[in-house]
Design a protein around this ligand. Structure first.
Ligand code: ADP
Length: 296
């Protein structure tokens, strides 16, 4: 809130300074109308000052926004790490200090395993995001059947969220599209998109995954469609930025996350020569993510 006020202050200051500079310049032009050379120099100088003021304002606003995003990121990562650790600790203490019946004990173990998975996932996401722009990264590139990699990712998400079979409808590409890529990386991108579709669903998740092959040229587009809470128009591009989370989601603070998932997806897809984009008719209207890859 304080930062937003500061941003508004800088914007207003920038606008006031620009108006002042214009007024000064117009007055000055009127006074020295006969001295053409000085006039030209003055105009150039004036343009430079205005550019400087605009750049300064843009830079400040951007810096403020960036530091705001870092704060949000730190808060969400800390939360994502602390919650499962606290939960594991409570279960371990209970197991240590009390007689727990066997069935309950098994239930505790399952919850602790789920919590450690959550911990590992957060740590992996942070590491993956950090490595995203590494230029000398090693990849295990092979010829991959897109339908198969997608099928694996869908099965993984079905199991992870205990979804019934009908929750994710899959229409594979009819001509077995082949892409050149790293199977693990592509699976990470697909599971991130599917997990989001489940996480941001409104009640029972209903997803559809469809592979469409281009009639001309060699490419395949995968459509990940959900019936979830949707994405406001103004955030459709921004969701792919590092740390960006749509603010004021329905249901209060909403689903927890780090704002790294889609950034990782974009990086993986672009490294494979592909493109990713999002579409949504608006809040509450579901979302569709399009991933396009060149095929061979
Ligand atoms: P995280 O889920 O950890 O917040 P992501 O980078 O995966 O981070 O997503 C960024 C933001 O985009 C999310 O916070 C959410 O607001 C929005 N989002 C992503 N996928 C969906 C979806 N399928 N439906 C609605 N909103 C989504």
């Amino acid at each position: 809130m304080r930062r937003r006020k500061t941003a508004i202050f800088f914007l207003v200051t920038g606008i006031c300074l620009s108006v002042l500079a214009i007024a000064l310049n117009v007055g000055w032009i009127l006074l020295s109308i006969r001295e053409a050379l000085v006039l030209v120099l003055g105009i150039i100088f004036f343009a430079l000052i205005i550019t400087g003021i605009i750049l300064n304002t843009v830079f400040l606003v951007r810096e403020i926004r960036r530091s705001e995003q870092h704060d949000t990121f730190l808060n969400s990562v800390t939360h994502e790490l602390k919650t499962p650790i606290t939960s594991i600790k409570i279960y371990l203490e209970t197991l240590k200090n009390r007689e727990v019946p066997e069935a309950k004990r098994q239930e505790f173990y399952d919850t602790m395993l789920a919590d450690s998975d959550r911990l590992l996932k957060t740590v992996e996401q942070v590491l993956e995001a950090g490595r995203a722009k590494e230029p000398r990264r090693q990849y295990n590139v092979t010829e991959l059947e897109l339908n198969e990699v997608l099928g694996d990712a869908i099965d993984e998400v079905r199991t992870r969220f205990s979804l019934e079979r009908g929750a994710i409808r899959f229409t594979p590409g009819s001509e077995d599209p082949i892409v050149l890529g790293d199977a693990e990386e592509l699976k990470t991108a697909f599971t991130n998109l599917l997990e989001n579709a489940v996480k941001y669903s409104d009640g029972e998740p209903r997803l559809s995954v469809r592979v469409k092959q281009a009639a001309i040229g060699k490419s395949a587009t995968i459509l990940f469609r959900d019936n979830g809470i949707g994405i406001p128009k103004s955030d459709l591009k921004r969701v792919f930025k590092r740390f960006h989370r749509v603010p004021n989601r329905a249901g209060g603070p909403g689903v927890k996350g780090t704002g790294l998932g889609l950034f990782i997806v974009k990086n993986i897809v672009e490294r494979h020569g592909g493109k990713v984009s999002a579409e949504s008719k608006g809040v509450g209207e579901g979302s569709t993510f399009f991933v396009q890859f060149p095929t061979i």
